[in-house]
Structure formats: C-alpha cells, structure tokens
Design a protein. Structure first.
Ligand code: LMG
Ligand code: NDP
Ligand code: PMR
Length: 385
C-alpha cells in the first residue's frame, strides 16, 4: 500500500502544478466579481483609531546627485521569530531596501533569532504581537502607529498547527486556537492596518497572506485526511467556542489538523475578498502563496517525534515538494518586493526550477460566496461589525 501510494506521489505532484483537475475534482472557474458595496471600518474596543504621524517620509527621496531614489520600504511580518517569517525577514533585510518589523509573540526569541541570522540592527525592529488575543492585535496597531513609520507591506505569516491535540484550545477571546490565531487574529490585524497602507505613498503596496497546498483539495497533499472543509460554517457563525457551538468551522468534531487546514482556506479566501473589496480603490496588491514544503520548521513542533523525523526525508526524496527555509524566504521576499509579482488576487507557487507561477486554488478556496460569508462572520467575531 505504502509503495503503491509512493509511486503515485510524483505523478500527482507533476500534475498538480500544471493542471489542477486532479482525481476528477472539477476545477473551479476563476470568478472575477467586483463587489461594489464597501464597508467602512467600524472599529470598536479599547483603542480608538489614533492619528497617524503626518511625517511619513515621501517614497522618493532626492539623493545628493539630484536623482530620485526610492526610500526604504517598511514591511511588517507576523511570526518572524522562526521558519518562513524569519527567513523572509533576513532575505528582505539583506537587500538594504527594507526595514522589517518583526511582529512576534516572544520578544526575546525574536531578538535572538534576528541576531543569530545576522540581520543588521538598522534593518529590523521587534514589536510584540500575540495574534491569539484581539487586545494584543489592537495594541500592536496602536504601537505601530505611534512609531510614526509608514506601512508599505504587511505579511500575515504566523500560524499554529496542533495535529495531536485531543481537545481544542482557545484564544484569549474564546475561539478555537488555530482558526482564532491563523485566521481571526490576522483578519483583525489586516483590516486595521489597511488604513495605514492606504496612507503610504510607496509605489507597490502589498498585503500578503500565507496559504498552503494542504488547504487545497485540488492537489494530492490536500487530499490527505483530514481534508479541509468549511461546510456551511455553522461552527464559525456560532463562535468556535466549543460550548454552545462546535470548535470547528463546519460544526463537526474537533480535529486539530483539520482546523489548521480550514484556517488556511480562510486565509486564501480572505486574500481574494480583500482583492475584490479594496484593490481597485486602493491599488494595493493582495496575494497569497504556497512557498513549498518547509518540512523542518517549528510548525511541526506539536507533531509526534516519529513524524518530525520522517517528514523531511519523505518530502525531500519522495514527494520532492521540500524546500529549505532559506529558499522559502526568498520566495516570500519575491512576493513582497519583486516588481514582476504585482498582480493582485493571485495565489503564487513555484515550480521545480524555483520559477513562480500563478497557481489555481481549489473549488472551495476560490468560492466567492464562501469568501463573502467568512468575511461577514469574521468581522462580527473580531468586533468590526
Ligand atoms: C493525520 O494522519 C494525523 O493523524 C494528524 O495528526 C495530522 O498530522 C494529519 O494531515 C495531517 O494527518 C494522516 C495520515 C493519513 O498520514 C499518515 O499517518 C502518514 C504520515 C506520513 C508522514 C511521513 C511518511 C513517511 C513515509 C516513510 C518514508 C520514509 C522516508 C525516508 C526516505 C528517505 C530515504 C533516505 O494517511 C493516510 O490516510 C494514508 C493514505 C494517504 C493517502 C493520501 C492520498 C489521498 C489521495 C486521495 C485520492 C486517491 C485517489 C487515488 C487515485 C489513484 C490514481 C492512480
Ligand atoms: P514556524 O512555526 O516556524 O513559524 C510560525 C511563526 O508563527 C512563529 O514565529 C511563531 O512564533 C508564530 N506564532 C504562532 N502563534 C503566534 C501568535 N499567537 N502570535 C504571534 N505569532 C505567533 O512555522 P512556518 O515558518 O512553517 O510557518 C509560517 C507560515 O507558513 C504559516 O502560515 C504556515 O501555515 C505556512 N506554511 C508552512 C509550510 C511548511 O511546510 N512549513 C507550508 C505551507 C505554508 P514563536 O516563534 O513564538 O512560536
Ligand atoms: Mg503532505 C505531492 C505531495 C505532497 C506535498 C507537496 C505535501 C505537502 N504533502 C504531500 C503528500 C502527502 N503528504 C502524502 C501522500 C501523505 C500521506 C503519506 C502526506 C502526509 C502528510 C501528513 C501526515 N503531509 C502532511 C502531514 C502533516 O501533518 C502536514 C500537514 O498537513 O500540516 C497541515 C503535511 C504537509 N504536507 C505537505 C505540506 C506542505 C504539509 C505541511 C504544512 C502546511 O500545509 O502548512
């Protein structure tokens, strides 16, 4: 059985990249609907909208020879204390063209990580952000505004994965931890910071949300059980609290691996909904990506030791989907700053020569009405509606 399955890995891998009609799963048509109704922010909670410093530096600054050069961009990366986020911070900081705000829940860990990866002091700032608490998200936004820096790019990268949890865990606000952190925390953060990005005069402003192949059921990886499925979202609408509602979006029994995959579907749906609601009005590029299988990161810290031992060689030698942390960081850095990746509403992936291409999302992850519904329920849950 294992061998049979193994022999089919590479076939499906090839196919999944070029042609997404795997296992007869019908491809979703690429729907391009422009929503005309745009909601104004209705921010509740302790921190009211604060005045943003008016001293935002102009995007073009005159150099001594009179030529105009682009100022350093400011990028916020959530979860930059390890894995993909840290590698991206390093890759961007190295260019000298970016100041990276490392938005992390563990301040000391992030400082140490930045130092040991050799990120120069002047190219980064660590700021505290715990995505599993809406208060922390709002404080982070307030602190960032007080710093007076412009915001040019936001990267929603942080995530937790709890595949071995028998019972759900919850955020400070009482939502199941994976969806609460990976989706709801980022949704609130991105909604609040959109205002700041609008004010930036940087020529290419971007909001990037990290997705994954495992949330896409039009791929082999996305068909490994348990599969992502948001269902009719009765659990999400009920508040994912595990008391009077299920802790799972679809209302089913708790499954940590499924909750993670569902959260990634929400991430990919949100990117598209942002695109439909705000791209035309703001010019901001909204994008998601699958950076490759970075099998060595902290994401798998909760998995059983045998899995952590076998997963990297499995991905390296069998699926060939493995990428190093360094390589994945370069990929995400491209989505942040490469002039050729400015298209909005795209889910980027990379082929085996590390060339980027526009990938196709699964039917569910590109469902316009689901995206709208996740958006509307989420804005109630985070206190924006
Ligand atoms: C669950 O297990 C876990 O319980 C949960 O905690 C969470 O992790 C979740 O999705 C995440 O997974 C899933 C389980 C399902 O997978 C496993 O337990 C396998 C773990 C494998 C990980 C490492 C494998 C190591 C393999 C050994 C390799 C050694 C490498 C060394 C090589 C180095 C050489 C030096 O697993 C299953 O259910 C098994 C079946 C999976 C099949 C998945 C494919 C589904 C495709 C569906 C469509 C099928 C259509 C077939 C069409 C065929 C056409 C020809
Ligand atoms: P890591 O665990 O290395 O990084 C995740 C980061 O998120 C860590 O810095 C972690 O902080 C941070 N984080 C977790 N919870 C919170 C929180 N409540 N508030 C703030 N930060 C938090 O994993 P990866 O680098 O692999 O994951 C990065 C992204 O890449 C995720 O979105 C993941 O879904 C995605 N991805 C990963 C793949 C892979 O193969 N690894 C494949 C596809 C997508 P701390 O250091 O304090 O724990
Ligand atoms: Mg998967 C082409 C095959 C491929 C790719 C690219 C991935 C990526 N995986 C593939 C195939 C398979 N995986 C197969 C055939 C199996 C069954 C043996 C398998 C199993 C598996 C497990 C148990 N894979 C996993 C797990 C995890 O716990 C990881 C996970 O689902 O995290 C949510 C995972 C992953 N496989 C990937 C990637 C990228 C992951 C993890 C990270 C993520 O999606 O964010």
């Amino acid at each position: 059985m294992a061998l049979q399955a193994t022999s089919s890995f590479s076939i499906h891998r090839e196919v999944s990249l070029k042609d997404c009609s795997l296992f007869g799963v019908p491809l979703s048509t690429h729907l391009k609907v422009d929503f005309t109704s745009r909601k104004e922010f209705n921010q509740r909670g302790a921190l009211k909208t604060q005045a943003v410093a008016t001293t935002t530096p102009a995007a073009n600054i005159a150099s001594t020879d009179g030529k105009k050069t682009l100022r350093k961009g400011t990028v916020i990366i959530t979860g930059a204390s390890s894995g993909l986020g840290l590698a991206t911070a390093k890759s961007l900081a190295e260019t000298g063209k970016w100041h990276v705000i490392m938005a992390c829940r563990d301040f000391l860990k992030a400082e140490r990580a930045a130092k040991s990866s050799g990120i120069a002091k002047e190219n980064y700032t660590v700021m505290h952000l715990d995505l599993s608490s809406f208060d922390s998200v709002r404080h982070f936004v307030g602190n960032f505004r007080q710093s007076g820096q412009p915001l040019d790019v936001l990267v929603c990268n942080a995530a937790v994965y709890l595949p071995t949890a028998k019972e759900p865990m919850f955020t400070a606000d009482g939502f199941e931890l994976s969806v609460g952190t990976n989706h709801l925390g980022h949704f609130l953060l991105a909604r609040l910071l959109l205002d700041d990005m609008k004010k930036s005069d940087y020529p290419s402003k971007r909001l990037i949300i990290v997705g994954s192949i495992t949330g896409n059921t039009n791929t082999l990886a996305g068909n490994v059980p348990p599969k992502a499925n948001l269902g009719d979202m009765r659990g999400l609408a009920g508040g994912l609290n595990g008391l009077n509602s299920s802790a799972m979006i679809d209302g089913g029994h708790f499954d940590g691996a499924k909750a993670y995959k569902d959260s990634k579907v929400c991430n990919m749906l949100m990117m598209q909904e942002f695109h439909r609601r705000f791209h035309e009005e703001t010019g901001i590029t909204f994008a998601s990506l699958y950076p490759g299988c970075i099998a060595t990161t902290g994401l798998f810290r909760e998995h059983i030791p045998l899995f952590r031992l076998l997963f990297p060689p499995f991905q390296k030698y069998i699926t060939k989907g493995y990428v190093s942390e360094d390589e994945s960081g370069k990929r995400l850095a491209q989505v942040v700053s490469d002039p050729s990746l400015t298209k909005s509403g795209v889910y980027w992936s990379w082929n085996h020569n590390s060339a980027s291409f526009e990938n196709q999302l699964s039917e569910e992850a590109s469902d316009v009405s689901k995206a709208q519904k996740v958006w509307e329920i989420s804005e109630k849950l985070v206190g924006l509606a």
